[in-house]
Design a protein around this ligand. Structure first.
Ligand SMILES: Cc1cn([C@H]2C[C@H](O)[C@@H](COP(=O)(O)OP(=O)(O)O[C@H]3O[C@H](C)C(=O)[C@H](O)[C@H]3O)O2)c(=O)[nH]c1=O
Length: 186
């Protein structure tokens, strides 16, 4: 398991080992003990999500769930390739409003840990890209929210993306009141 810090404290890049053979490979995509041995103790996960985006250039985000339903997410790409982004939305955080992005793909096997209190979004780089992610809180439709994907200067490298109506109508970050503080973001 390779673990990399990012410029935003708490956001981690992790790459599980792959055991290759003539058939392909085997990888433990999630192992709490392995992470603990590496000094990483993530909260309990209660829900796995999986979505397929048919077109390259699909943007989903920037999304969050308000407390007490805030979600930490461990994100990976099950098929294809995507650029995954976390934005610190915790008022009072020294990195408030800062974003970090990484290319996650089936090929690189990389995973991004995004703590509660962050916005999450991604753009697909290939058709039929699938995202799979573990969440630390259950879905709560009333707590679900969005911030405009293009309101934070994120370098998405996409023009005219495929968007849901919800994402097309989302407020700009500057016009949005974060429900998170750096103390109580869960
Ligand atoms: C998130 C979620 C959605 N749904 C239902 C609600 C809708 O009927 C349908 C599509 O939901 P939505 O358009 O919110 O899906 P995404 O645009 O992929 O949203 C997700 O994308 C970003 C990147 C995220 O990190 C969040 O998990 C989530 O906001 O699935 C559920 O039944 N359970 C769920 O946990």
């Amino acid at each position: 398991m390779q673990i990399e810090q990012t410029p935003i404290a708490g956001v981690l890049l992790m790459t599980p080992a792959r055991h290759g053979d003539a058939r392909g490979f085997f990888s433990e995509s999630w192992n709490r003990r392995t992470l603990r041995q590496a000094g990483v103790d993530l909260p309990e996960f209660v829900q796995d999500n999986h979505s397929l985006s048919r077109q390259a250039g699909t943007v989903r985000g920037l999304h969050y769930q308000a407390p007490p339903h805030a979600q930490g997410k461990l994100v990976r790409c099950g098929r294809g390739r995507l650029f995954d982004v976390a934005v610190d939305a915790r008022e009072g955080s020294p990195t408030y409003g800062q974003w970090f992005g990484a290319e996650l793909s089936f090929e690189n096997g990389r995973q991004l840990w995004i703590p509660a209190g962050f916005l999450h979004g991604f753009v697909t780089r290939e058709p039929d890209s699938e995202i799979v992610y573990k969440c630390t809180a259950h879905y709560d439709r009333e707590a679900d929210g969005a911030v405009a994907w293009d309101s934070l200067g994120i370098d998405w490298d996409v023009s005219d993306p495929v968007l849901s109506d919800k994402d097309r109508a989302a407020p700009a970050f500057a016009d949005w009141q974060s429900p998170f503080t750096s103390e109580a973001s869960a």
